[in-house]
Design a binder for this molecule. Structure first.
Ligand code: CTP
Ligand code: MG
Length: 406
């Protein structure tokens, strides 16, 4: 688990209601929206917000189930989860949650589990506003309908919409303010902001979210189901795995019979017969190029040095290797090391092995290259000194992590 610093915020998620108006067989927080419950969806939003202690207040006979839901939603942040049994009113449930908030928390959010689709950013917005102002904070939405005052069936007046806002949760408070207000409360309030305002504290608003509607009736549940079905959210959001190093293989064969002198393993070999080929026929260099491109998943030598790159016609292996190193770097790969074996009857490699390794390594920008050589006991085309064959393997390492999956 990554270090997330000291936790100074708690979110009390009240989920202990029975959901009379929804009329389902299970308590409302445990009713499914899709294959996941109202509570699970709510907690997903909570865990997308900045890290906080999460106190889930559940019906007394659902504490175990709530703990399982919370652990699954928390993924690798299970140590932030507390579950406690609630009371017979919402206010009592909040009080039960308050009693379990860690000592070093100084800002507390109270959130309805029934607002299952509330985005994590709303929680972050509320926390930031509490910390900036010290006031109680309520997320609100503007009221869009025209509101009438009525007396039975008679309309008695209009209420100015500009004076109204629809209150949502999470509502946020300084811990000391919320705890003191709960201690002095002797009546039931409609929400925590009303309770805290009654104790004489200022309450401000921030923008809520249309997704933070409360699931109260079967129609609300249908709306939540439609939203989830039309916008399936990945169930678990894990950070992308760090990309692993990759290996690649490359081989090459060239026949003797070219013009001029032999070039092999990045060195010129005076007095040796030349290899034939489009370029200098350096099978060792070409095998390394293929191994590197292969490891990085960037094609092969034909992809990058074919007829479309006439400047490489007749070029020595060092030019191919330097360009390959550049292509890999551009693709986000660093060369770990290269190992190459050459099978040939001649030239005699051992006296110049270190020189070849240094030349090849230098061409690759300093990545270690090791070269070994063998004859094939007189067998095959290499044994008959008709040509040389080289086998290379390369290890490449990603220089930047992949973009997050979610
Ligand atoms: N709540 C609670 N404890 C209670 C009552 C309510 O924790 N004794 C929680 C609910 O679980 C819900 C939130 O408070 O997440 C908002 O309450 P409401 O929407 O009224 O839920 P219910 O009380 O469960 O529903 P109803 O009023 O229809 O019975
Ligand atoms: Mg209720």
């Amino acid at each position: 688990m990554s270090f997330i610093g000291p936790i100074r915020t708690a979110v009390i998620v009240v989920a202990a209601g029975s959901g009379v108006r929804l009329g389902a067989t299970a308590p409302k927080a445990f009713v499914g929206i899709d294959e996941h419950s109202v509570l699970r969806h709510c907690l997903r939003g909570v865990f997308r917000a900045d890290p906080a202690q999460v106190v889930v207040v559940a019906p007394a006979d659902r504490v175990g189930e709530a703990l399982t839901e919370a652990h699954e939603a928390a993924d690798d942040r299970r140590d932030l989860v507390t579950v406690v049994a609630g009371g017979s009113t919402r206010q009592q449930s909040v009080a039960a949650g308050l009693a379990r908030v860690w000592a070093d928390v100084d800002v507390i959010l109270v959130h309805d589990a029934a607002r299952a689709l509330t985005p994590g950013e709303v929680l972050d917005r509320v926390v930031a506003a509490v910390r900036a102002t010290g006031h109680g904070i309520v997320p609100t939405l503007p009221v869009v309908d025209t509101i009438k005052r009525v007396d039975g069936d008679v309309i008695t007046g209009v209420v100015d919409r500009a004076e109204l806002a629809a209150a949502q949760t999470p509502q946020g408070f300084r811990r000391d303010v919320l705890v003191a207000a709960y201690e002095r409360a002797t009546q039931e309030f409609t929400d925590d902001a009303a309770l805290v305002a009654d104790a004489g504290h200022q309450i401000d608003r921030v923008d809520g979210s249309s997704l933070a509607f409360k699931i109260t009736t079967p129609t609300d549940l249908e709306r939540a189901r439609d939203l989830v079905a039309s916008d399936p959210v990945p169930r678990v959001t894990r950070p992308a795995e760090p990309a692993l190093p990759r290996v690649g293989i490359g081989t090459d064969v060239h026949a003797f019979g070219g013009d001029g002198r032999l070039w092999l393993a990045g060195l010129e070999w005076p007095g040796e017969p030349a290899l034939s080929g489009h370029s200098d026929g350096d099978a060792v260099g070409h095998a390394i190029v293929d191994a590197l491109l292969n490891a990085a998943g960037l094609g092969d030598i034909g992809t990058h040095f074919g007829t479309s790159r006439p400047e490489f016609a007749g070029a020595h292996a060092k030019a191919f290797l330097a360009e390959t190193a550049r292509i890999l770097a551009e693709g986000g790969w660093r060369i770990g090391n290269v190992s190459v074996q050459v099978q040939s009857q001649r030239p005699k490699f051992a006296p110049r092995r270190e020189e070849a390794e240094a030349a090849l390594s230098q061409a690759l920008g300093g990545a270690p290259v090791s070269v070994s050589a063998t004859t094939t006991d007189g067998l095959g085309f290499t044994g008959r000194a008709e040509g040389v064959q080289a086998f290379a393997v390369a290890l490449v390492v990603p220089t930047s992590p992949p973009a997050p999956a979610d």
